[in-house]
Write a protein that binds this ligand. Structure first.
Ligand code: ADP
Length: 495
């Protein structure tokens, strides 16, 4: 039951937008803070007034009847009720306080009733008995609008220098509290009017302020919308609150990131166009020069055609690499993960590349500390190894060496590809992983590089949640270190 109520409440909040509005919360909060104290104040003041008025009335009436009690004894009224003076006094009191007066003697008999209803009857109520014991009692009945009170008729006798007092009878009097009620109503009406005026005023102020307070957030939305709609791509600024500043800061950072992505995409497109155009230009130049020499010897034709074929092959390689890179940029859903024997994969890679190494008399060795099996995409892993080992051969010296080392701990396996080649300058460490970046363009082109190999390698490593590092000494050699988790972890998985 409890849970169902909470569910309904949550659903309500979700469905009705105003329940999720900060402006509405501020509005309600300020209204409550403004109006509730005035209600409490009204109730408190009115109740305080009533209490005070009733107690004043009781003490006033009691004093009056104490005087009358003395008169009753002086006129011996308890024995003989015929005294006109006392009767007139009692009548006057009854009229003045708009209430009834009963005089009860020591036998609990009512000897006088200003309403002349109970005369002669016996009255043994709790209040009367208490009063005979010396306790004056008063009771306020707010529903019927009167106060009832008992006043003892005390006789003091002086005998042998000693004063003794005896309660001879009781005055049971009531007084109407209509005048208190009337004042109370006037006051309460006035308080209510004041309260309504205050509530209207507070409502106005609250409406104004809840609007003002929320405005910076609307400004944030407006500024973001302007960027979204493409009117501006400048950084936005809403420094009104710390909170808006934080939102805007985060947005600006996002904007910055998007700008970098956009710039790099534009640069990539420009690079692609340039890279694809280069072989085409060469082909055109070769073909044109043949066309301009109608009687060129067949050998020249053969030679130029050979060059044209090479350029086309290069174009093909660039396109293939580009396709691989584009595929790699997609999500990891594309990964076909399965347990792969890494030792065997590295050995196969080295075997495939051995002929080109042998052509330059480069010695290739493979060293493994243990058999390693890992959950990886075999094709992509093979691409990583091929690119690294191929680069180690390509950017090597004649009679050099390439050493591949495999190791693993309980979490990762590490492949190290070291060579005795030309090396890489430290300032180029980061750049070599960029698309189309080549340290020495002409040299790389000469040996068939596209500048995409390491970019592909790094993407593949990152898809496997691994890392790739480079360290090199110029002119002495380079070491690439790849570290890959043994078991594949999907994005968002707990590390
Ligand atoms: P490429 O197709 O030109 O080889 P890569 O992306 O594979 O492109 O490499 C980028 C650049 O990094 C290369 O052009 C080369 O200058 C440098 N490089 C890569 N591997 C090595 C290495 N083992 N030794 C020296 N330089 C290297």
């Amino acid at each position: 039951m409890h849970f169902r109520f909470r569910d309904i409440f949550q659903e309500l909040i979700r469905r009705v937008p105003v329940f999720r509005s900060l402006k509405a919360y501020i509005f309600v909060l300020m209204l409550v803070i403004g109006v509730v104290p005035s209600i409490i104040l009204r109730i408190g003041i009115l109740e305080g007034y009533e209490e005070r008025a009733v107690s004043l009335r009781i003490s006033e009436v009691t004093t009056q009847y104490r005087i009358i009690a003395d008169h009753l004894l002086n006129y011996n009224y308890l024995q003989d009720t015929s005294s006109d003076v006392v009767n007139a006094e009692l009548e006057q009191m009854s009229n003045l306080y708009d209430g009834r007066v009963l005089i009860i003697n020591g036998n609990f008999r009512v000897i006088k009733d200003t309403y002349a209803i109970s005369e002669g009857k016996t009255m043994i109520s709790e209040e009367v008995i208490q009063c005979f014991k010396g306790e004056s009692v008063s009771r306020y009945d707010s529903t019927n609008g009167y106060i009832e009170m008992t006043i003892p008729i005390v006789e003091t006798v002086e005998k042998d220098d000693q004063t003794t007092s005896r309660i001879r009878g009781v005055i049971l009097a009531s007084t109407s509290t209509d005048s208190i009620a009337a004042t109370l109503e006037i006051l309460s009406r006035r308080a209510l009017i004041l309260e309504i005026v205050m509530a209207i005023l507070i409502l106005g102020i609250v409406l104004f302020f809840s609007h003002i307070l929320i405005t910076p957030f609307n400004r944030v939305t407006k500024a973001i919308n302007e960027v979204k709609d493409g009117y501006t791509d400048k950084e936005i600024s809403v420094p009104d609150y710390l909170e808006t500043e934080h939102i805007v800061e985060a947005f600006n950072q996002l904007l910055g990131r998007m700008r970098v992505i956009n710039d790099s995409r534009q640069e990539f497109v420009a690079n692609v166009s340039h890279e694809l155009k280069t072989p085409m230009t060469s082909v055109k130049v070769l073909a044109d020069s043949l066309n301009q020499q109608p009687d060129a010897p067949v050998e020249l034709y053969r030679e130029f055609m050979q060059d044209i074929t090479e350029e086309i092959e290069r174009e093909n390689k660039i396109i293939n690499d580009l396709l691989t890179l584009v595929k790699m940029d997609k999500t990891e859903a594309e990964l076909e993960v399965q347990p792969v024997d890494i030792n065997a994969l590295l050995e196969a890679t080295l075997k495939r590349l051995r002929p080109i190494a042998r052509a330059r008399d480069i010695e290739m060795t493979f060293e493994s500390n243990r058999p390693v099996t890992a959950e990886v995409d075999e094709l992509k892993m093979s691409q990583i190894f091929t690119n690294l080992v191929e680069n180690a051969v390509k950017y090597n010296k004649e009679h050099g060496w390439v050493k591949v080392r495999l190791d693993a701990d309980h979490q990762f396996f590490t492949v190290e590809v070291a060579d005795s080649g030309i090396g890489i300058k430290q300032e180029d460490y980061d750049h070599i992983f960029e698309r189309f970046y080549r340290v020495d363009k002409s040299h790389s082109r000469e040996i068939g590089g596209t500048g995409l190999g390491l970019s592909i390698t790094r993407s593949a490593v990152l898809l496997h949640r691994g890392s790739i590092k480079v360290s090199s000494v110029e002119g002495e050699g380079t070491v690439f270190t790849v570290k890959i988790p043994l078991s594949y972890m999907k994005a968002g998985g707990v590390v």
